[in-house]
Design a protein around this ligand. Structure first.
Ligand code: PRP
Length: 219
């Protein structure tokens, strides 16, 4: 039996579609209910429906063998896991954003205040990549508010369509990382359940390649 932790919401739906395309029976996962553990003994799969930020925790501790989660959550959680597949959906960017007039001038502001939902990603980027000391201010949402009301000079946040930034008069100043959904595996399960996990990884990779090829042909 493999236990798969899914990030409740859109990522879970896409992950289930992909598993089905790879030949796995996911009837249990598609059950419309509020149950949090959905098990199909015959298919050998148990799905747990987790809050996205908790998925790396379930997988690191082995409560789940496999997880599907955004790279943003993975980078922020910084857990000991194997990241095995870039699923290619849930694409967006982690960016430093702020007023457009700060473009190319970011390095000129000393002791910047950086508001973010991702304090680990933001501090790693400024302190280790840019070798700059900043003050990180943790917020839980509507991050774009911070520079508008003078709480911080810039933010580190997810940009998908760019609409939230645009409608609030802000812009991307620097890109920190490209984000998409990833498959992660518990380090012990990778060995102990290799007979089940390795073929699943291979089949999922095959499906991702098919989708990537179709997307490339369209563009
Ligand atoms: C996310 C993110 C941005 C927005 C980006 O917020 O924090 O605010 O989406 O998307 P866009 O580039 O397509 O406009 P979310 O909707 O998750 O809500 P939050 O502000 O409560 O974090």
């Amino acid at each position: 039996m493999l236990t798969i932790a899914l990030s409740k919401g859109r990522l879970a739906e896409k992950a289930v579609e992909l598993l089905e395309a790879a030949g796995y029976d996911c009837t249990a996962a598609k059950e419309k209910s509020r149950r949090l553990i959905l098990e199909d003994e015959k298919a050998g799969l148990r799905f747990i429906m987790a809050k996205p930020t908790d998925v790396p925790t379930y997988v690191e501790y082995g409560a789940a063998d496999i997880g599907v989660v955004g790279k943003d959550t993975l980078l922020e959680a910084n857990r000991q896991l194997y990241e095995v597949i870039d699923l290619g959906f849930g694409k967006c960017r982690m960016c430093v954003c702020g007023p457009a007039e700060l473009k190319d001038k970011l390095d000129l502001i000393p002791n910047k205040r950086v508001a973010t939902k991702y304090p680990h990603i933001a501090s790693t980027y400024f302190e280790q990549v840019k070798k700059e000391s900043v003050e990180i201010i943790k917020l839980n949402g509507s991050i774009e508010l911070a520079p508008l009301i003078g709480l911080s000079e810039v933010i580190v946040d997810i940009v998908e369509s760019g609409r939230t930034l645009y409608e609030n008069g802000l812009d991307v100043l620097e890109t920190v990382a490209d984000i998409s959904a990833r498959v992660v595996v518990n380090r012990v399960s990778m060995n102990m359940k290799a007979a089940e996990i390795r073929p699943m990884i291979a089949k999922l990779k095959e499906q991702v390649e098919i989708l990537n090829r179709a997307e490339a042909e369209q563009n």
